[in-house]
Design a protein around this ligand. Structure first.
Ligand code: B12
Ligand code: SF4
Length: 497
């Protein structure tokens, strides 16, 4: 069967810092190809709308799958589905991915017939049975499926994540994937799932709080196949199990693989096993993203992060000692006033780390989606990108964005300060020499993209598709939030050693 897979455009406010390959979609493509189907992929993050239109006309897909990890992409995906149905009326159109798994029924209804099904949960085990059923009938019986007829059987979860291999070779324009100065950059997965349960996050609810590890051999084999010199490790929390991090490191050393890495982890994981991170720093780990979320204990408790401010400070010191550049994330509460923004700016300027801000956003699939008592001020999917305020702000909304952008700008100037500029100039020169311009563009695009008036004006866009309202759910029973439900879910976070 001819299958076209599509990843929507990059979100407006994240594309300046990064643009990464859609690994989940590549794995779905790999599974479909392994089952004997003819597969093509268009990633709208790096390919134009014209390329997609030409591909639809030339390839005339029998099935079209669109990846929806991000809520903010839902309107774009529905509009694309409508266009494709017009162009190729017999094409079976389906959505899959993280976010759409939590709002499947609503999205199907909103698409008004342009979308035939939504696949909830992991795509690899679902894709071959789905394509078979599209050909032979019986789509309603595919695990994870939601159609106009309702939900099919529960989604299947793979035992291990070693296969299928991501179909990286199907991607065009790979050199446009980058993160900061790691330009170009590929992505890899060492583990899947997260055993913690932060209230603002849906990573744990999607996988029913499970946690799976790739075998060190498979992880190193996948790494060895990557052509790019830089690799982003997509794991929610890297190296939770030190023996797993060490076993992959053994393989990487044995094979003589040399890359530069960027990963995400937690302060307590870093502090518990600094030796693993030190070892990876020797192997090329250059950047680390720490979701600190808040600078005080009250904020950390609110998000149920189970970390203390002291642990965060010690983690930053440890990373500095290892020579790893850290990017910190802080969650901006829409309730912040000028004084709070000022305190946070002071903190951000006092540390040498890169500081990012995301706006506290209740999402379907998170606990705060059901418990956040502040009413939503908008239900426009496009604004659920954690750069917009979707619950009431204490400051007038335009003032809130002024403070937010001012804070981001102050920090951006810090990064572009003299010391950084000298370092960046060297990297720029090296990248430009190799024809890589993503990092250079990022440095100069900030003022164009981050503009408080533009962010405020986004709230005035005409709204066609709206996020459903939260349904009443007893969050005391976690399983009601899960996409993948396991027989015996873990109920407490991992023990500290
Ligand atoms: C790596 C990652 C990124 C990367 C790579 C993104 C990319 N291009 O794919 C980077 C760093 C760029 C990124 C950026 C952002 N991210 Co992000 N990201 C993740 C993370 C940690 C892992 C995703 C991943 O690669 N997993 C591994 C692969 C194998 O799994 P997967 O992509 O989920 O795909 C599987 C299924 O979803 C499904 N599937 C996927 N596509 C399809 C398609 C079809 C047709 C089918 C059938 C199935 C299917 O099958 C796949 C295989 O099992 C997730 C959290 C999580 N654990 O899911 C957050 C997550 C998806 N990100 C999130 C957010 C908020 C963002 C940002 C908006 C943050 C920001 N403001 O900067 C940006 C937006 C990026 C953009 N699109 O422009 C949120 C999504 C929230 C939401 N409800 O919309 C998540 C859930 C994190 C969270 N804590 O809440 N992200
Ligand atoms: S530790 Fe990170 S990935 Fe895990 S639940 Fe918390 S925020 Fe989500």
């Amino acid at each position: 069967m001819r299958l076209l897979l599509v990843h929507p455009s990059a979100l407006m406010y994240s594309e300046i810092f990064l643009r990464l390959e859609p690994l989940g979609l590549e794995r779905v493509a790999g599974a479909a190809r392994d089952a004997g189907h003819e597969v093509r992929v268009v990633d709208r993050q790096v390919l134009s709308e014209r390329v997609l239109r030409d591909e639809v006309r030339a390839f005339r897909p029998e099935a079209l799958g669109i990846s929806l990890n991000y809520l903010a992409n839902i309107p774009e995906a529905i509009e694309l589905a409508v266009k494709v149905k017009r162009e190729v009326p017999d094409c079976f159109v389906f959505f899959g991915g993280h976010s759409v798994s939590f709002v499947a029924e609503d999205v199907l209804e909103q698409a008004a017939g342009a979308v035939d099904a939504v696949v909830r949960g992991e795509g690899e085990p679902a894709i071959a049975p789905l394509l078979e059923a599209v050909r032979d009938g019986g789509v309603e019986g595919v695990p994870g499926i939601v159609t106009a007829a309702g939900r099919g059987p529960a989604p299947l979860m793979m035992h291990g994540i070693d296969s299928p291999l991501p179909a990286r070779d199907l991607m065009r324009n790979r050199r446009r994937y980058f993160i900061g100065e790691l330009d170009p950059c590929a992505s890899i997965e060492f583990t899947r799932g997260c055993p913690w349960d932060c209230s603002f996050c849906s990573a744990w609810t999607f996988y029913g709080r499970s946690y799976r590890k790739a075998s060190p051999e498979a992880a190193a084999e996948d790494l060895a196949r990557i052509r790019e010199p830089n690799v982003f490790i997509v794991d929610d929390v890297a190296f939770i199990r030190p023996e797993h991090g060490n076993a992959i490191a053994d393989e990487v050393e044995r094979r003589g693989i040399r890359k530069q890495y960027y990963l995400e982890t937690r302060s307590d994981v870093l502090l518990r096993h600094p030796e693993v991170f030190e070892r990876w720093a020797r192997l090329g780990l250059r950047y680390m993203f720490l979701g600190m979320e808040a600078i005080d204990a009250e904020g950390l408790d609110l998000f149920r992060k189970r970390i203390s401010p002291d642990e965060n400070v010690r983690a930053l010191e440890a990373a500095r000692r290892m020579g790893i550049q850290v990017a910190i994330n802080l969650i901006v509460d829409p309730a912040w006033d000028e004084e709070r923004f000022r305190v946070v700016r002071e903190f951000a300027l006092s540390v040498p780390e890169i500081v990012h801000f995301t706006v506290m956003t209740p999402y379907p699939g998170t606990e705060i989606w059901h418990t956040e008592s502040r009413r939503l001020t908008t239900r426009d999917y496009r604004l659920f990108d954690i750069q917009h305020a979707v619950v009431p702000t204490t400051l007038p909304l335009d003032r809130f964005y002024e403070e937010l952008v001012r804070t981001q700008a102050v920090i951006n100037r810090k990064h572009l300060g003299l010391r950084t500029a000298f370092g960046a100039a060297r990297i720029l020169g090296r990248n430009l020499l190799h024809g890589q311009t993503n990092f250079a563009r990022m440095l100069w695009k900030f003022n164009q993209v981050y503009n408080p008036r533009r962010q405020f004006a986004d709230h005035g866009m005409p709204v066609r598709y709206e996020l459903p309202l939260p349904r009443p759910v007893d969050v005391g029973d976690r399983r009601q939030l899960y996409v993948h439900t396991r027989p015996a879910p873990q109920t407490s976070p991992p023990r500290r050693s």
